[in-house]
Design a protein around this ligand. Structure first.
Ligand SMILES: [Zn+2]
Length: 302
């Protein structure tokens, strides 16, 4: 069976069960339905066949994610353009600056004697390679660039007047929201509907609807240098004032409301801020239980 239908069939009865526990059994339709975990719009099974429910990669595929769950086509597409492209550019830019070989190209301009050649730059084992892209260049300027380059080659001057600039454009807040969104979806896949269908999770969905309002910035820490493949979900129990669900995605740690007695949004933000040192590190060890990283939605707590 299509993986999407299977995932629909696994999620729908769990959602019905949780909604019944929430006391809205009378209002539910007879047919099966699955809600997009981001916008909470409910869809019937036929929505899978017409492509309204889509497989989403968590984190986004462009930063090394894998297929994990169903979200609606609208949320999936919007996230790709509004958030995930910024996270991917940021990750590529960071990797380039650190000298990591990723196989990805960044837009770049190389100068000889101040004469530009526009193209792309890539890290390789032997250093930085820059290629001109003809359609980005005025042919006259391009010719002048290569003339200057050849003049250096002919003269044997080993210190040419050479420089390059790598162009990366991303919005820091939107890149961050991409990681927060991925953490929210991973926590949903692991913990289930009961976890996300609480008022305390509303700010997360609000943030996805309002990409230009910085609602969730202090829920986020970075540990540069951590393995990009690291994936962990920790139910943080101690210290008690920081009880939360911590989701580690590579160098990003995102703090989501806890499973039991969740701290209101503002209180968790304040508690984290108090424990925050210079930079993005916490001054305290977090202890709790690890939850296995989900490979599909398992609805562990439903
Ligand atoms: Zn949606």
């Amino acid at each position: 069976m299509d993986k999407r239908l299977r995932w629909f069939d696994e999620g729908a009865p769990k959602l019905r069960h949780v909604l019944e526990l929430l006391g809205v059994a009378d209002e539910l339709p007879d047919e099966d339905f699955y809600a997009c975990p981001c916008c909470l719009v409910a869809y019937p099974r036929a929505a899978v066949e017409v492509g309204l429910l889509t497989i989403e990669d968590v984190p986004p595929k462009s930063v090394g994610g894998r297929p994990l769950l169903l979200t609606c086509k609208s949320c999936n597409n919007t996230a790709g353009s509004d958030f995930d492209s910024h996270a991917a550019t940021r990750a590529d830019s960071d990797a380039f600056m650190r000298g990591q070989v990723t196989g990805r190209e960044l837009s770049a301009t190389v100068y000889i004697d101040g004469i530009p050649l526009r193209g792309v730059a890539q890290r390789t084992e032997s250093g930085v390679q820059i290629f001109g892209v003809p359609k980005k260049n005025d042919p006259k300027v391009e010719a002048a660039h290569f003339e200057a380059l050849n003049a250096y080659a002919d003269s044997g001057d080993d210190q040419p007047n050479f420089s390059f600039t790598v162009h990366t454009r991303f919005d820091e807040v939107r890149a961050r929201v991409s990681w927060i969104r991925a953490a929210y979806l991973a926590a949903f896949a692991a913990l289930g509907w009961g976890y996300i269908l609480r008022e305390v999770m509303d700010p997360f969905r609000d943030q996805l609807k309002q990409p230009d309002v910085n609602i969730l910035q202090t829920y986020f820490l970075r540990s540069p240098g951590a393995s990009p493949d690291e994936r962990r979900i920790i139910l943080v129990e101690r210290p008690r004032e920081l009880r939360c669900v911590a989701v580690v995605l590579g160098e990003h740690t995102i703090f989501l409301p806890g499973l039991f007695e969740p701290l209101p949004y503002d209180e968790l933000v304040e508690a984290l801020a108090r424990r925050r040192q210079s930079g993005d590190r916490l001054s305290i060890q977090l202890d709790g239980k690890a939850v296995p990283w989900p490979t599909r939605a398992t609805y562990f707590m439903d």
